[in-house]
Design a binder for this molecule. Structure first.
Ligand code: MN
Length: 506
Protein backbone atom coordinates (compact mmCIF):
# COMPACT_ATOMS: atom_id res chain seq x y z
CA UNK A 1 0.00 0.00 0.00
CA UNK A 2 1.38 3.37 -1.07
CA UNK A 3 0.60 6.74 0.43
CA UNK A 4 -0.97 7.95 -2.81
CA UNK A 5 -3.25 4.92 -2.86
CA UNK A 6 -4.46 5.49 0.68
CA UNK A 7 -5.09 9.18 0.00
CA UNK A 8 -7.02 8.28 -3.13
CA UNK A 9 -9.28 6.01 -1.07
CA UNK A 10 -9.79 8.75 1.51
CA UNK A 11 -10.42 11.55 -0.96
CA UNK A 12 -14.11 11.00 -1.73
CA UNK A 13 -15.06 10.85 1.93
CA UNK A 14 -13.32 13.65 3.80
CA UNK A 15 -12.96 17.41 3.31
CA UNK A 16 -9.68 19.10 2.40
CA UNK A 17 -8.73 19.93 6.00
CA UNK A 18 -9.30 16.35 7.06
CA UNK A 19 -7.32 15.04 4.10
CA UNK A 20 -4.46 17.31 5.07
CA UNK A 21 -4.48 15.83 8.56
CA UNK A 22 -4.49 12.29 7.18
CA UNK A 23 -1.61 13.19 4.88
CA UNK A 24 0.27 14.58 7.86
CA UNK A 25 -0.37 11.49 10.00
CA UNK A 26 0.92 9.22 7.22
CA UNK A 27 4.16 11.22 7.10
CA UNK A 28 4.56 11.22 10.86
CA UNK A 29 3.95 7.48 11.17
CA UNK A 30 6.25 6.75 8.22
CA UNK A 31 9.06 8.67 9.83
CA UNK A 32 8.47 7.10 13.24
CA UNK A 33 8.45 3.52 11.94
CA UNK A 34 11.23 4.24 9.42
CA UNK A 35 13.64 1.53 10.51
CA UNK A 36 11.11 -1.11 11.46
CA UNK A 37 10.02 -4.07 9.40
CA UNK A 38 7.03 -6.40 9.53
CA UNK A 39 7.66 -10.12 9.94
CA UNK A 40 7.03 -10.33 6.20
CA UNK A 41 10.09 -8.17 5.63
CA UNK A 42 8.02 -5.27 4.33
CA UNK A 43 8.43 -1.76 5.78
CA UNK A 44 6.38 -1.52 8.98
CA UNK A 45 4.37 1.49 7.77
CA UNK A 46 2.44 -0.84 5.46
CA UNK A 47 0.59 -2.12 8.53
CA UNK A 48 -0.84 1.12 9.97
CA UNK A 49 -1.67 2.26 6.44
CA UNK A 50 -3.70 -0.88 5.75
CA UNK A 51 -5.41 -0.51 9.12
CA UNK A 52 -6.34 3.08 8.21
CA UNK A 53 -7.49 1.92 4.78
CA UNK A 54 -9.77 -0.67 6.39
CA UNK A 55 -11.23 1.98 8.68
CA UNK A 56 -11.90 4.18 5.66
CA UNK A 57 -13.67 1.28 3.98
CA UNK A 58 -15.81 0.85 7.09
CA UNK A 59 -16.78 4.51 6.85
CA UNK A 60 -15.21 5.65 10.09
CA UNK A 61 -14.70 9.29 11.08
CA UNK A 62 -11.40 11.17 10.63
CA UNK A 63 -10.24 10.77 14.24
CA UNK A 64 -10.39 7.01 13.86
CA UNK A 65 -8.39 7.11 10.62
CA UNK A 66 -5.71 9.28 12.23
CA UNK A 67 -5.56 7.01 15.27
CA UNK A 68 -5.40 3.99 12.96
CA UNK A 69 -2.33 5.46 11.29
CA UNK A 70 -0.69 6.21 14.62
CA UNK A 71 -1.90 3.19 16.59
CA UNK A 72 1.49 1.53 17.00
CA UNK A 73 3.63 4.66 17.38
CA UNK A 74 3.39 5.19 21.14
CA UNK A 75 4.15 1.57 21.91
CA UNK A 76 6.88 0.98 19.33
CA UNK A 77 8.49 4.35 18.47
CA UNK A 78 9.70 7.56 20.09
CA UNK A 79 6.47 9.43 19.52
CA UNK A 80 4.60 10.32 22.71
CA UNK A 81 0.93 10.82 23.45
CA UNK A 82 1.62 14.46 24.24
CA UNK A 83 3.00 15.01 20.75
CA UNK A 84 -0.02 13.33 19.20
CA UNK A 85 -2.35 15.45 21.31
CA UNK A 86 -0.50 18.64 20.32
CA UNK A 87 -0.72 17.89 16.63
CA UNK A 88 -4.04 16.05 16.23
CA UNK A 89 -5.97 16.91 19.37
CA UNK A 90 -7.08 15.11 22.46
CA UNK A 91 -9.59 12.74 20.84
CA UNK A 92 -6.98 11.18 18.57
CA UNK A 93 -4.51 10.91 21.45
CA UNK A 94 -7.16 9.20 23.59
CA UNK A 95 -7.89 6.72 20.84
CA UNK A 96 -4.21 5.85 20.38
CA UNK A 97 -3.88 5.54 24.14
CA UNK A 98 -6.90 3.25 24.27
CA UNK A 99 -5.56 0.98 21.53
CA UNK A 100 -2.19 0.78 23.30
CA UNK A 101 -3.88 -0.09 26.60
CA UNK A 102 -6.04 -2.80 25.12
CA UNK A 103 -2.84 -4.30 23.72
CA UNK A 104 -1.23 -4.16 27.13
CA UNK A 105 -4.25 -5.61 28.86
CA UNK A 106 -4.17 -8.48 26.45
CA UNK A 107 -0.54 -9.26 26.98
CA UNK A 108 -1.35 -9.56 30.66
CA UNK A 109 0.28 -6.40 31.91
CA UNK A 110 -1.25 -4.43 34.75
CA UNK A 111 -3.11 -1.30 33.77
CA UNK A 112 -6.55 -2.41 32.64
CA UNK A 113 -6.12 -5.80 34.23
CA UNK A 114 -6.72 -4.24 37.58
CA UNK A 115 -10.28 -3.36 36.53
CA UNK A 116 -11.01 -6.82 35.38
CA UNK A 117 -13.32 -9.25 37.12
CA UNK A 118 -11.82 -12.39 38.57
CA UNK A 119 -11.64 -13.97 35.20
CA UNK A 120 -8.83 -14.22 32.77
CA UNK A 121 -11.30 -13.68 30.03
CA UNK A 122 -9.82 -11.31 27.53
CA UNK A 123 -13.22 -10.35 26.30
CA UNK A 124 -13.88 -8.68 29.62
CA UNK A 125 -10.79 -6.54 29.28
CA UNK A 126 -11.80 -5.53 25.82
CA UNK A 127 -15.32 -4.80 26.92
CA UNK A 128 -14.10 -2.64 29.74
CA UNK A 129 -11.81 -0.85 27.37
CA UNK A 130 -14.95 0.18 25.56
CA UNK A 131 -15.61 2.28 28.60
CA UNK A 132 -13.14 4.67 27.07
CA UNK A 133 -14.42 4.83 23.55
CA UNK A 134 -16.00 2.18 21.37
CA UNK A 135 -13.88 3.33 18.42
CA UNK A 136 -10.85 1.86 20.21
CA UNK A 137 -12.30 -1.58 19.66
CA UNK A 138 -13.04 -0.89 16.02
CA UNK A 139 -9.45 0.20 15.40
CA UNK A 140 -8.33 -2.92 17.25
CA UNK A 141 -10.54 -5.04 14.98
CA UNK A 142 -9.00 -3.49 11.85
CA UNK A 143 -5.56 -4.09 13.38
CA UNK A 144 -6.37 -7.71 14.11
CA UNK A 145 -7.77 -8.29 10.65
CA UNK A 146 -4.51 -7.25 9.01
CA UNK A 147 -2.39 -9.21 11.49
CA UNK A 148 -4.48 -12.28 10.73
CA UNK A 149 -4.06 -11.87 7.01
CA UNK A 150 -0.28 -11.76 7.42
CA UNK A 151 -0.12 -14.60 9.93
CA UNK A 152 1.84 -16.88 7.60
CA UNK A 153 5.01 -14.95 8.38
CA UNK A 154 4.91 -15.74 12.10
CA UNK A 155 6.17 -18.92 13.80
CA UNK A 156 3.53 -21.66 14.23
CA UNK A 157 3.07 -21.24 17.99
CA UNK A 158 2.32 -17.55 17.55
CA UNK A 159 -0.02 -18.34 14.68
CA UNK A 160 -2.05 -20.62 16.91
CA UNK A 161 -2.12 -18.17 19.80
CA UNK A 162 -3.29 -15.26 17.67
CA UNK A 163 -5.77 -17.38 15.74
CA UNK A 164 -7.31 -18.75 18.93
CA UNK A 165 -7.59 -15.35 20.53
CA UNK A 166 -9.18 -14.01 17.37
CA UNK A 167 -11.78 -16.74 17.37
CA UNK A 168 -12.53 -16.48 21.07
CA UNK A 169 -12.31 -12.75 21.59
CA UNK A 170 -12.32 -10.66 18.44
CA UNK A 171 -14.93 -12.62 16.52
CA UNK A 172 -17.48 -12.41 19.37
CA UNK A 173 -16.55 -8.76 19.84
CA UNK A 174 -17.30 -7.95 16.19
CA UNK A 175 -20.53 -9.89 16.57
CA UNK A 176 -21.55 -7.88 19.62
CA UNK A 177 -21.00 -4.73 17.62
CA UNK A 178 -23.19 -6.13 14.87
CA UNK A 179 -20.29 -6.11 12.40
CA UNK A 180 -21.26 -9.28 10.59
CA UNK A 181 -18.89 -9.03 7.69
CA UNK A 182 -15.86 -8.37 9.90
CA UNK A 183 -16.82 -11.19 12.22
CA UNK A 184 -16.92 -13.56 9.29
CA UNK A 185 -13.56 -12.37 7.91
CA UNK A 186 -11.92 -12.82 11.30
CA UNK A 187 -13.43 -16.25 11.84
CA UNK A 188 -12.53 -17.61 8.43
CA UNK A 189 -8.92 -16.50 8.68
CA UNK A 190 -8.48 -17.64 12.26
CA UNK A 191 -10.13 -21.01 11.71
CA UNK A 192 -7.98 -21.70 8.66
CA UNK A 193 -4.90 -21.46 10.92
CA UNK A 194 -6.35 -23.17 13.95
CA UNK A 195 -7.57 -26.27 12.17
CA UNK A 196 -6.21 -26.19 8.62
CA UNK A 197 -7.19 -29.79 7.87
CA UNK A 198 -10.80 -29.37 8.89
CA UNK A 199 -10.96 -26.03 7.16
CA UNK A 200 -9.86 -27.58 3.86
CA UNK A 201 -12.13 -30.58 4.27
CA UNK A 202 -15.20 -28.43 4.87
CA UNK A 203 -14.28 -26.02 2.13
CA UNK A 204 -14.08 -28.88 -0.40
CA UNK A 205 -17.24 -30.48 0.91
CA UNK A 206 -19.03 -27.20 0.53
CA UNK A 207 -17.71 -26.65 -2.99
CA UNK A 208 -19.10 -29.99 -4.11
CA UNK A 209 -22.45 -29.39 -2.48
CA UNK A 210 -22.69 -25.86 -3.80
CA UNK A 211 -21.91 -26.90 -7.36
CA UNK A 212 -24.93 -29.18 -7.30
CA UNK A 213 -27.35 -26.86 -5.60
CA UNK A 214 -26.44 -23.69 -7.48
CA UNK A 215 -27.78 -25.17 -10.71
CA UNK A 216 -31.04 -26.09 -9.04
CA UNK A 217 -31.26 -22.76 -7.31
CA UNK A 218 -31.33 -20.94 -10.63
CA UNK A 219 -34.85 -22.18 -11.23
CA UNK A 220 -36.11 -21.18 -7.80
CA UNK A 221 -34.52 -17.82 -8.29
CA UNK A 222 -36.57 -17.29 -11.45
CA UNK A 223 -39.82 -18.51 -9.90
CA UNK A 224 -39.43 -16.16 -6.99
CA UNK A 225 -38.54 -13.25 -9.21
CA UNK A 226 -41.65 -13.71 -11.33
CA UNK A 227 -43.87 -14.04 -8.26
CA UNK A 228 -42.59 -10.91 -6.53
CA UNK A 229 -42.70 -8.83 -9.72
CA UNK A 230 -46.45 -9.41 -9.92
CA UNK A 231 -46.80 -7.45 -6.70
CA UNK A 232 -45.03 -4.32 -7.81
CA UNK A 233 -42.36 -4.54 -5.10
CA UNK A 234 -38.88 -3.19 -5.74
CA UNK A 235 -36.36 -5.84 -4.76
CA UNK A 236 -32.93 -7.35 -5.23
CA UNK A 237 -32.13 -11.00 -4.84
CA UNK A 238 -28.83 -12.75 -4.38
CA UNK A 239 -27.32 -15.79 -2.75
CA UNK A 240 -25.24 -15.87 0.37
CA UNK A 241 -23.01 -18.81 1.11
CA UNK A 242 -22.46 -19.94 4.66
CA UNK A 243 -18.95 -19.39 5.99
CA UNK A 244 -16.75 -22.42 6.63
CA UNK A 245 -16.45 -21.60 10.30
CA UNK A 246 -20.16 -21.24 10.91
CA UNK A 247 -20.70 -24.51 9.05
CA UNK A 248 -18.15 -26.11 11.36
CA UNK A 249 -19.91 -24.71 14.42
CA UNK A 250 -23.31 -25.83 13.22
CA UNK A 251 -22.11 -29.33 12.39
CA UNK A 252 -20.69 -29.64 15.89
CA UNK A 253 -23.97 -28.43 17.35
CA UNK A 254 -26.33 -30.71 15.45
CA UNK A 255 -23.77 -33.53 15.40
CA UNK A 256 -24.94 -34.30 11.95
CA UNK A 257 -23.76 -34.32 8.38
CA UNK A 258 -23.72 -31.53 5.88
CA UNK A 259 -27.04 -32.83 4.57
CA UNK A 260 -28.72 -31.66 7.75
CA UNK A 261 -27.69 -28.06 7.16
CA UNK A 262 -30.42 -26.21 5.34
CA UNK A 263 -28.85 -22.82 5.01
CA UNK A 264 -25.63 -23.68 3.20
CA UNK A 265 -26.87 -21.29 0.61
CA UNK A 266 -29.55 -18.83 1.51
CA UNK A 267 -31.34 -16.62 -0.95
CA UNK A 268 -31.40 -13.07 0.22
CA UNK A 269 -34.14 -10.72 -0.85
CA UNK A 270 -33.57 -7.05 -0.17
CA UNK A 271 -36.46 -4.60 -0.41
CA UNK A 272 -37.09 -0.91 0.29
CA UNK A 273 -39.64 -0.98 3.07
CA UNK A 274 -40.33 -3.06 6.16
CA UNK A 275 -43.88 -3.78 4.99
CA UNK A 276 -42.47 -5.30 1.83
CA UNK A 277 -40.48 -7.80 3.90
CA UNK A 278 -43.69 -9.32 5.23
CA UNK A 279 -45.31 -9.16 1.83
CA UNK A 280 -42.43 -11.08 0.29
CA UNK A 281 -42.65 -13.60 3.11
CA UNK A 282 -46.29 -14.29 2.34
CA UNK A 283 -45.52 -14.55 -1.38
CA UNK A 284 -42.88 -17.19 -0.63
CA UNK A 285 -45.25 -19.07 1.62
CA UNK A 286 -47.90 -19.10 -1.07
CA UNK A 287 -45.39 -20.34 -3.59
CA UNK A 288 -43.78 -23.10 -1.50
CA UNK A 289 -44.40 -25.38 1.44
CA UNK A 290 -42.95 -23.87 4.59
CA UNK A 291 -40.91 -25.77 7.11
CA UNK A 292 -42.59 -25.47 10.47
CA UNK A 293 -40.44 -24.00 13.18
CA UNK A 294 -38.02 -22.39 10.78
CA UNK A 295 -39.74 -19.04 10.40
CA UNK A 296 -37.94 -16.37 12.38
CA UNK A 297 -39.06 -12.79 12.71
CA UNK A 298 -35.92 -10.91 13.66
CA UNK A 299 -37.62 -7.71 12.54
CA UNK A 300 -40.16 -7.66 15.36
CA UNK A 301 -37.58 -9.16 17.72
CA UNK A 302 -34.06 -8.30 16.59
CA UNK A 303 -31.12 -10.42 17.64
CA UNK A 304 -29.33 -8.99 20.68
CA UNK A 305 -26.75 -7.30 18.48
CA UNK A 306 -29.45 -5.48 16.54
CA UNK A 307 -29.58 -7.81 13.52
CA UNK A 308 -32.91 -7.65 11.72
CA UNK A 309 -34.34 -9.89 8.99
CA UNK A 310 -37.09 -12.39 8.32
CA UNK A 311 -35.84 -15.95 7.89
CA UNK A 312 -37.87 -18.77 6.47
CA UNK A 313 -37.07 -22.21 5.12
CA UNK A 314 -39.22 -23.64 2.37
CA UNK A 315 -39.54 -26.89 0.50
CA UNK A 316 -39.73 -26.31 -3.23
CA UNK A 317 -41.76 -28.21 -5.77
CA UNK A 318 -38.58 -30.16 -6.59
CA UNK A 319 -38.34 -31.10 -2.89
CA UNK A 320 -35.36 -28.83 -2.34
CA UNK A 321 -34.94 -27.16 1.01
CA UNK A 322 -34.02 -23.50 0.71
CA UNK A 323 -33.59 -20.78 3.29
CA UNK A 324 -34.68 -17.23 2.48
CA UNK A 325 -33.58 -14.10 4.30
CA UNK A 326 -35.69 -11.02 3.73
CA UNK A 327 -34.66 -7.54 4.84
CA UNK A 328 -34.61 -3.88 3.86
CA UNK A 329 -31.52 -2.13 2.50
CA UNK A 330 -31.12 -0.42 5.84
CA UNK A 331 -31.25 -3.71 7.75
CA UNK A 332 -28.78 -5.18 5.29
CA UNK A 333 -26.37 -2.32 5.77
CA UNK A 334 -26.61 -2.80 9.51
CA UNK A 335 -26.19 -6.58 9.31
CA UNK A 336 -22.97 -6.14 7.39
CA UNK A 337 -21.45 -3.10 9.06
CA UNK A 338 -23.11 -2.94 12.46
CA UNK A 339 -21.95 -0.14 14.67
CA UNK A 340 -19.53 1.06 12.00
CA UNK A 341 -22.61 2.15 10.06
CA UNK A 342 -23.19 4.78 12.73
CA UNK A 343 -19.94 6.59 12.06
CA UNK A 344 -20.47 7.87 8.64
CA UNK A 345 -17.30 9.45 7.26
CA UNK A 346 -17.56 13.17 7.76
CA UNK A 347 -20.77 12.85 9.74
CA UNK A 348 -19.07 14.66 12.56
CA UNK A 349 -22.21 14.86 14.61
CA UNK A 350 -21.71 11.45 16.12
CA UNK A 351 -18.00 11.95 16.56
CA UNK A 352 -18.44 15.30 18.27
CA UNK A 353 -21.18 13.99 20.49
CA UNK A 354 -18.93 11.15 21.24
CA UNK A 355 -16.94 13.24 23.62
CA UNK A 356 -17.42 11.99 27.13
CA UNK A 357 -20.86 12.08 28.63
CA UNK A 358 -22.72 12.44 25.39
CA UNK A 359 -21.82 9.10 23.94
CA UNK A 360 -25.06 7.48 24.91
CA UNK A 361 -27.33 9.81 23.01
CA UNK A 362 -25.99 8.79 19.66
CA UNK A 363 -25.62 5.04 19.88
CA UNK A 364 -28.25 2.88 18.23
CA UNK A 365 -30.76 1.25 20.56
CA UNK A 366 -29.30 -2.20 20.24
CA UNK A 367 -25.99 -0.87 21.51
CA UNK A 368 -27.34 0.38 24.81
CA UNK A 369 -25.20 -2.13 26.64
CA UNK A 370 -22.19 -0.08 25.60
CA UNK A 371 -23.61 2.95 27.36
CA UNK A 372 -24.25 0.93 30.48
CA UNK A 373 -20.74 -0.40 30.28
CA UNK A 374 -19.36 3.10 29.95
CA UNK A 375 -21.22 4.11 33.09
CA UNK A 376 -19.79 1.14 34.93
CA UNK A 377 -16.30 1.85 33.61
CA UNK A 378 -16.54 5.49 34.67
CA UNK A 379 -17.52 4.42 38.17
CA UNK A 380 -14.63 1.99 38.29
CA UNK A 381 -12.32 4.84 37.42
CA UNK A 382 -13.72 6.89 40.28
CA UNK A 383 -13.09 3.93 42.53
CA UNK A 384 -16.72 3.69 43.44
CA UNK A 385 -17.70 0.40 44.89
CA UNK A 386 -19.14 -2.01 42.43
CA UNK A 387 -19.00 -5.65 43.05
CA UNK A 388 -16.75 -7.22 40.51
CA UNK A 389 -18.92 -10.28 40.46
CA UNK A 390 -21.85 -8.07 39.55
CA UNK A 391 -19.92 -6.50 36.73
CA UNK A 392 -19.01 -9.90 35.48
CA UNK A 393 -22.61 -11.00 35.42
CA UNK A 394 -23.81 -7.97 33.51
CA UNK A 395 -21.19 -8.32 30.84
CA UNK A 396 -21.35 -11.96 30.06
CA UNK A 397 -24.93 -12.87 30.31
CA UNK A 398 -26.67 -13.15 27.04
CA UNK A 399 -28.83 -10.21 26.21
CA UNK A 400 -32.56 -10.08 25.55
CA UNK A 401 -34.70 -7.49 23.86
CA UNK A 402 -37.91 -6.22 25.33
CA UNK A 403 -40.28 -3.60 24.01
CA UNK A 404 -42.12 -0.73 25.57
CA UNK A 405 -45.82 -0.48 24.64
CA UNK A 406 -44.82 2.29 22.24
CA UNK A 407 -42.50 -0.13 20.47
CA UNK A 408 -39.17 1.21 21.71
CA UNK A 409 -36.64 -1.56 22.07
CA UNK A 410 -34.60 -2.08 25.23
CA UNK A 411 -31.65 -4.39 25.68
CA UNK A 412 -31.23 -6.22 29.00
CA UNK A 413 -29.17 -9.13 30.29
CA UNK A 414 -30.91 -12.50 30.32
CA UNK A 415 -32.74 -13.04 33.59
CA UNK A 416 -33.52 -9.33 33.99
CA UNK A 417 -36.57 -8.49 36.10
CA UNK A 418 -39.30 -5.90 35.40
CA UNK A 419 -37.68 -3.29 37.64
CA UNK A 420 -34.46 -3.58 35.61
CA UNK A 421 -36.51 -2.61 32.60
CA UNK A 422 -38.20 0.26 34.44
CA UNK A 423 -34.88 1.72 35.56
CA UNK A 424 -33.56 1.44 32.03
CA UNK A 425 -36.51 3.43 30.70
CA UNK A 426 -36.19 6.15 33.34
CA UNK A 427 -35.45 6.16 37.03
CA UNK A 428 -38.40 8.50 37.65
CA UNK A 429 -40.73 5.95 36.10
CA UNK A 430 -39.15 3.09 38.05
CA UNK A 431 -39.56 5.07 41.25
CA UNK A 432 -43.33 5.15 40.78
CA UNK A 433 -43.68 1.53 39.66
CA UNK A 434 -46.84 0.05 41.12
CA UNK A 435 -47.20 -3.05 39.00
CA UNK A 436 -46.12 -4.49 35.67
CA UNK A 437 -48.02 -5.72 32.68
CA UNK A 438 -46.14 -8.03 30.33
CA UNK A 439 -47.76 -8.87 27.00
CA UNK A 440 -50.96 -7.45 28.48
CA UNK A 441 -50.95 -9.61 31.61
CA UNK A 442 -50.10 -8.68 35.20
CA UNK A 443 -46.53 -9.75 35.87
CA UNK A 444 -44.89 -10.23 39.29
CA UNK A 445 -41.87 -8.15 40.24
CA UNK A 446 -39.69 -11.23 40.70
CA UNK A 447 -40.42 -13.04 37.44
CA UNK A 448 -37.75 -12.67 34.76
CA UNK A 449 -38.57 -11.08 31.43
CA UNK A 450 -38.31 -13.00 28.18
CA UNK A 451 -36.92 -11.97 24.84
CA UNK A 452 -39.61 -10.15 22.85
CA UNK A 453 -41.80 -9.27 25.84
CA UNK A 454 -43.80 -6.07 25.71
CA UNK A 455 -43.42 -4.52 29.13
CA UNK A 456 -45.61 -1.81 30.56
CA UNK A 457 -44.79 -0.10 33.84
CA UNK A 458 -47.98 0.78 35.68
CA UNK A 459 -47.15 3.79 37.80
CA UNK A 460 -48.86 5.37 40.75
CA UNK A 461 -48.14 8.86 41.96
CA UNK A 462 -47.98 7.70 45.57
CA UNK A 463 -45.73 4.68 45.04
CA UNK A 464 -42.13 4.84 46.07
CA UNK A 465 -39.11 2.51 46.09
CA UNK A 466 -39.04 -0.08 48.86
CA UNK A 467 -36.18 -1.84 50.59
CA UNK A 468 -37.52 -5.16 49.29
CA UNK A 469 -36.82 -4.00 45.75
CA UNK A 470 -33.14 -4.63 46.38
CA UNK A 471 -33.68 -8.31 45.70
CA UNK A 472 -35.76 -7.55 42.63
CA UNK A 473 -33.16 -5.82 40.48
CA UNK A 474 -30.35 -7.63 38.72
CA UNK A 475 -28.48 -5.03 36.66
CA UNK A 476 -25.78 -2.77 38.02
CA UNK A 477 -27.59 0.18 36.48
CA UNK A 478 -30.88 -0.50 38.29
CA UNK A 479 -29.13 -1.36 41.55
CA UNK A 480 -27.22 1.94 41.55
CA UNK A 481 -30.28 4.03 40.76
CA UNK A 482 -32.37 2.24 43.37
CA UNK A 483 -29.64 2.67 45.97
CA UNK A 484 -29.59 6.40 45.35
CA UNK A 485 -33.37 6.67 45.62
CA UNK A 486 -33.54 4.63 48.82
CA UNK A 487 -30.83 6.80 50.33
CA UNK A 488 -32.86 9.90 49.49
CA UNK A 489 -36.04 8.45 50.98
CA UNK A 490 -34.12 7.38 54.08
CA UNK A 491 -32.88 10.91 54.55
CA UNK A 492 -36.31 12.38 54.01
CA UNK A 493 -37.78 9.97 56.57
CA UNK A 494 -35.08 10.77 59.07
CA UNK A 495 -35.77 14.46 58.68
CA UNK A 496 -39.52 13.91 58.93
CA UNK A 497 -39.07 11.75 62.05
CA UNK A 498 -36.78 14.27 63.57
CA UNK A 499 -39.29 16.99 62.82
CA UNK A 500 -42.14 15.05 64.45
CA UNK A 501 -39.98 14.34 67.49
CA UNK A 502 -39.27 18.04 67.79
CA UNK A 503 -42.97 18.80 67.33
CA UNK A 504 -43.92 16.31 70.03
CA UNK A 505 -41.39 17.77 72.39
CA UNK A 506 -42.82 21.24 71.99
MN1 MN B 1 -0.91 -2.89 14.95
Amino acid sequence: MKKSELLAHAKPHYNSDQLLEIDHAIDLATKAHANQKRASGEPYIIHPMIVADTLIAWGMDTDSILAGLLHDTVEDTNITLVEIENIFGRDVANLVDGVTKVGKARSGMRDLTSYSPQTKDNLSKLLIAIGQDIRVIMIKLADRLHNLSTLQYLPPDKQTKIARESLEVFGPMADRLGMGRVRMQIEELAFSYLDPKEFKRLKNLMKKRLGRSTRKLGKIYEEVEVAIKKHDIKFEIDGRVKSVYSLHKKLAKVQGSIDDIYDLIALRIIVDKKEDCYLVLSILHTLYKTMIGRIKDYIATPKPNGYQSLHTTVITTAEQIVEFQIRTHEMHEYAERGLAASFHYHDQKLSKNYIKGKKSATLPNSMQWITQLQEVAAKLKDNEEISKAQLNIDLFKNRIFVHSPKGDIYNLPEGALPLDFAYLVHSDIAKRAYSFRVNGKIHPFDKPLQNGDIVEVVTNKLSQPKQTWRSMVTTTHARNKLQGQLRKIGMAEMIANAASVIRRKK
